[in-house]
Each structure stands twice: as C-alpha cells, then as structure tokens.
Design a protein around this ligand. Structure first.
Ligand code: NAD
Length: 333
C-alpha cells in the first residue's frame, strides 16, 4: 500500500491528538478528510493540512480516496461508524470502548472479519514505553508467571456530567483501560470479577447510575489475581502506577512527573506534580498506537489490539458493573 489516506470522525479531545500524530509522525499516512466539521474546527484543520470536509460520515467512508478511518466520535456513535466503514471496505481505528453493548461488539467482531478490513481499538496505554518495558520483562520470564498485579488509576478530576451521561460510566469508560492492561500484562483471560464502588466526590454522578471510586479484583484462568483501584477525584493529580509480582521478582511502574527537579528541606522531600492527565501522561503512547496501526496497514499484518481485545475488556467491565449491583463475584466467559 502507498500513502494511506485517513478520514477522521470526531474532533474533540482525542480526535485532535490522533489527527496531529498522523500528520507529524506517520510518514506514509495522512489525514485528508474530516466530517462533522463545525466552524470552530476549521482553523485547526487548515493548520494541519486537512482541507476536505464531508457533510456526512457516510459520504466520507464511501469516497474512493479514503483508505481508512479514525473513529473518535462519542462512544454512542462508534457502532454505526464502524459498520458503515466495514461495509465500504475501509480499515478502522476506533476509540475505546467499541460500544457499551456486548451483542453489538460481538457483531463488530464478526463484521470486520467478514469485511476483511484491519481493525484496531484505542487501548493506547499498551504502547506507553514504560508499559512496553514491563511487558517485555514479563515475556522474558523476569517476574515468572504473574501471580499478583496491582493497578492504581486515579484521575485528577471527573469529566463533565454531560460526558458521563453517555460514557457508560466508570467501569466501561475509564477502568476499561485498566482491565485491558491487566489482560495484556498477564497474557491470560479473566474468569471472575468482583467489585465495590461508591461516590465520594461532589459531582452527582449517581444521577446517571455511576460511581467515582472503585476497587475491582480480577481472577485469571491461570490463578493470577489483579487488583485495580480507580478514583475520579485524586486531589494530588493523575496517579498511574502498576506492579506485577511473580515467583522470580517484581516489576513496577512509577508515576511520571512534570519535571525531574526535587528538593529536600526541613519540611521534607518535594517534587513536581505528576503529569496533568491522560493527554500529557500518555503522549508517547498515542503516537505509538497510531504508528502501529499505520504499520498494520502498510505491511498488511495483524493488528496489535483487535476487536476481540475490545470485546474481552468490555466483558470484564460489564461484569464489574454487575458485581457492584449484585454485591457478588461474577463469572466471565
Ligand atoms: N484512548 C483514550 O485515552 C481516550 C481518551 C479520551 C476519550 N476517548 C474516547 O474517545 C471518544 C471521544 O471522546 P472525546 O473525549 O474526544 O470526546 P469529545 O466530546 O471531546 O469529542 C467528541 C467529538 O465528536 C463530535 N461529534 C459528536 N457527535 C458526532 C457525530 N454524530 N458524528 C461525528 N462527530 C460527532 C463532537 O462535536 C466532538 O468534536 C470516546 O469514545 C471516548 O471514550 C479515549
């Protein structure tokens, strides 16, 4: 394949990141078109050399110049956008979660396979250089088979209520990254999920049947246990830590700070705050995941994060939601 022409749908927080990463860091790909372009996005698109706008997504995916799409629209539109792209024979990069319905995601798995198009879901954290190093150590046997995984994933603040309303909630929208991370690091499937959760913050997320704090335990087929703690209200900033323990040793990932200057005085040890939020902390991973997708297309090779991975993470997230409701462990098939 020569230069890959992308069309992008959704130009919010994450769409803009993917677009600029393609234009700046993917030499054999370019975003050539966008759709649903409001006036306030036109300067951004012009600065990034995107001059074609389509009135509808359907027109964009059916344009013969477009080889692949980046779906960065709100989750509620992913399903429709995926099916239209698959029907038009276009390769698909889709943000997480693929959808909030198990049946629909199962249908996506079947449709992209039938259409023989490449598909990648946006679990970008797998591509963080620190996570990659940790995964490599596990694969090289340096921890031994993982027995315990601990993930701390706390946001500096909640998203607006308007976002929460349709996002799927903490488990399906936020912790789904951590569920994917646990599967990725352990290299096995989850068979049981148990969760607890509540609302501690002032944002009334409970009006949308949501929570802002959760603890989830995953049990894997091979017996490994993963514990994941999530909060939407970390007063000290974005907190992203990991630990993998096995018979041979322990590998861990610490937080990354805004700078590396530290000080010690009579009041103790002081450092900068952690990187502000996902855009800053996972900057490199967003670049690497889209480069990985371009490589998939250029070399016609399997995607590193498949629709099946999206379905597996969704199943865990749905089980966590059910466990919280029923106050019971939930089996995952
Ligand atoms: N991988 C990650 O780290 C990550 C981070 C944030 C968001 N996301 C995911 O990305 C998706 C978008 O999230 P966001 O935070 O960028 O949202 P956002 O609200 O910032 O942006 C969404 C954009 O889509 C546009 N839009 C709305 N309806 C549309 C439609 N029907 N057709 C086309 N465009 C439409 C909006 O105008 C807006 O520009 C969500 O699925 C979210 O879960 C992933």
């Amino acid at each position: 394949m020569g230069t890959i022409n992308f069309g992008i749908v959704g130009l919010g927080r994450i769409g803009k990141i993917h677009l600029t990463n393609v234009q700046l860091y993917c030499p054999n790909a370019q975003v050539v078109a966008a759709c649903r372009v409001s006036d306030d996005k036109k300067d951004f698109l012009h600065q990034n050399r995107v001059e074609r706008y389509f009135d509808t997504y359907e027109q964009m995916v059916n344009d013969p110049d477009i080889h692949a799409v980046i779906i960065a629209s709100p989750t509620a539109f992913h399903y429709e956008h995926i099916l239209l792209a698959a029907q038009a024979g276009k390769h698909i990069f889709c943000e997480k979660p693929i959808d909030l319905s198990y049946d629909k995601v199962q249908h996506v798995v079947a449709e992209v396979a039938a259409a023989r198009v490449h598909f990648m879901v946006g679990f970008n954290r797998r591509f963080d250089p620190n996570v990659l190093k940790l995964k490599q150590a596990i694969d090289q046997g340096k921890t031994g088979t993982p027995q315990i995984v601990k993930i701390v994933s706390r946001d500096p603040g909640p998203p607006p209520l308007d976002y929460i309303k349709t996002s799927g909630g903490l488990f399906l929208d936020m912790a789904i990254h951590d569920f994917d991370m646990a599967r990725y690091l352990v290299g096995d499937e989850v068979v049981q999920v148990q969760s607890n959760g509540t609302v501690f913050g002032s944002l009334p997320v409970d009006q949308y049947d949501d929570i802002d704090t959760a603890m989830t335990t995953l049990i894997f087929k091979n017996g490994c246990m993963a514990q994941i703690d999530n909060s939407r209200n970390s007063s000290y900033g974005y907190d992203q830590r990991l630990e993998v323990f096995g018979a041979e040793g322990m590998y861990a990932m610490k937080n990354i700070f805004e700078d590396s200057v530290f000080a010690q005085d009579a009041n103790g040890y002081h450092s900068a705050r952690t990187k502000y939020f996902f855009i800053e902390r996972y900057e490199a991973s967003y670049r690497k995941i889209i480069q990985s997708f371009v490589t998939t297309l250029s070399n016609n090779q399997p995607s590193e994060v498949t629709a099946e991975d999206g379905l597996a993470a969704l199943s865990i997230a749905m089980a966590a939601k059910k466990s919280l409701k029923e106050n019971n462990p939930i089996a995952v098939n």
